[in-house]
Design a protein around this ligand. Structure first.
Ligand code: NAG
Ligand code: NAG
Ligand code: NAG
Length: 407
């Protein structure tokens, strides 16, 4: 082993030990969450779904997907998995030369499988001068247009000279790019860039009811730093709220965040934020006085990005075996991790603004042996055709599951 590697391991061991003594109780929770002591992971045969995988270069590394259930299209923010395993600032990976510069939005026509079974797979054209390094995104109808808000992890440059800066020292220059979809020409047309100090380490975002405000989850409090890796264990991160018209962002929650990851706006108007290292969803209400937390929903399983189905259920991509997930992320072409989907259902949808113990958590599917599902970071549910679509930032394919009709 290289001496540098030994020093680094010694450093981490010491850091973990010292902080471990200080945070013994919390660590215990975090470790049992991450290593899953005592959690039963079920094989896919226990669940009433028929699943298949779809392999295609355009479906690699889709960190986030979004279902347009009215127009029956599925959109994915995809790249190549080798790019994702090299340049991924949220995961402390800063290898600029690994960037494929092929990040794109893929589209599937979900009701038209076609003779090749690829659902008319294509990518949107993008009318934009720079490269995109995509992560989470959201879409909102604005007038007769569909507007896309895309997180873009740009390599940092010196604002004065335009010279490249070292990302391991200053971090990524993460911005939000707003695009309008020009449907006839299948092109995303750039509207504006939002850059702000409050976009520390954006992972995902959700657009507010007015189509102007949006809530951003920062998975870390810093862009770089020695202890940034440990944020995953000790809890770290913040929420920022931005306005698309003024381009201004403010931090709205800096306490109580534990690697906030998925964020969606429910059909009840509330924001749902998943905290990866706590295994909890927090529920937030947008008020005149800002964004306030009104509820916590414990899931007891590490999970990832969230989505909302047509019925208003929150769909959660679970990571039942985080260690397997990390190994698969390191070797995406050869390993697939166990995956699962949970659904958080509000029992009384009309009871608009209060959560108050009104939630039920259901395990929808699980794939202990990684037979059919990808190493998943996101799942969406089409309640109209009873299908699930699953994709992963570290997966070279996407999966579609059809619910069997009970006889
Ligand atoms: C960075 O990525 C390039 C291209 O994939 C690779 O050749 C190189 O070994 C990587 N460097 C490090 C330090 O991992
Ligand atoms: C980040 O991107 C914005 C928008 O292009 C630019 O104004 C700013 O100078 C960039 N900052 C760094 C450090 O790269
Ligand atoms: C879009 C999004 O939220 N992606 C996250 C999904 O989960 C993975 C694994 O935790 C994160 O690295 C992504 O940032």
């Amino acid at each position: 082993m290289k001496p540098r590697g030994n020093l680094r391991s010694l450093f981490w061991a010491t850091a973990v030990l010292i902080t471990g003594i200080a945070y013994r109780i919390y660590l215990h929770d975090a470790f049992s969450l991450i290593f899953g002591f005592g959690r039963v992971i079920q094989p896919i045969g226990d669940f009433p779904w028929d699943c298949k995988r779809i392999h295609h270069p355009l479906l690699e590394g889709c960190e986030d997907i979004w279902l347009d259930y009215n127009n029956r299209k599925l959109y994915g923010a995809c790249t190549s998995v080798t790019s994702r395993t090299g340049w991924n600032p949220g995961g402390n990976l800063y290898n600029l030369s690994a960037r494929s510069r092929t990040d794109h939005i893929s589209v599937l026509n979900i009701d038209e499988p076609g003779p090749d079974g690829l659902y008319g797979l294509h990518q949107l054209k993008i009318d934009y001068a720079g490269d995109l390094d995509l992560h989470g995104f959201d879409v909102h109808q604005v007038g007769d247009r569909q507007r896309f808000w895309l997180i873009n992890h740009r390599p940092p440059v010196d604002p004065a000279t335009g010279e490249p800066l070292d990302p391991t020292k200053v971090g990524a220059n993460s911005t939000i790019e707003i695009f309008d979809l020009d449907a006839p020409s299948n092109t995303l047309v750039h509207v504006k860039t939002i850059a702000s100090e409050a976009l520390v380490s954006p992972n995902n975002l959700a657009v507010d009811r007015d189509g102007l405000g949006f809530l951003v989850a920062n998975d870390h409090n810093t862009k770089v730093g020695m202890f940034r890796d440990l944020g995953m264990i000790f809890g770290d991160g913040s929420l920022a709220y931005c306005r698309s018209d003024t381009g201004k962002c403010n931090l709205v929650a800096t306490e109580g965040c534990s690697f906030p990851n998925g964020v969606v706006r429910g059909r009840d108007g509330l924001f749902y934020v998943f905290h990866s290292s706590a295994g909890v969803i927090t529920v937030h209400k947008s008020t005149e006085n800002g964004i306030i937390e009104i509820e916590k929903i414990p899931l007891h399983v590490p999970a990832d990005n969230l989505s909302v189905d047509k019925e208003g259920n929150i769909v959660v991509a679970a990571i039942p075996h985080p260690y397997g997930f990390m190994r698969a992320a390191d070797d995406p072409y050869n390993r697939v991790a166990a995956a699962g989907v949970l659904m958080v259902r509000k029992q009384d949808q009309r009871n608009d603004q209060s959560g108050r113990g009104n939630y039920e958590v259901i395990k929808v599917i699980e794939d202990r042996d990684a037979e059919f599902l990808p190493t998943s970071t996101v799942a969406v549910h089409d309640s109209q055709t009873h299908r699930l679509f699953l994709a992963g930032g570290f997966s070279p394919f996407l999966s579609i599951c059809q619910r069997r009709t009970e006889r």
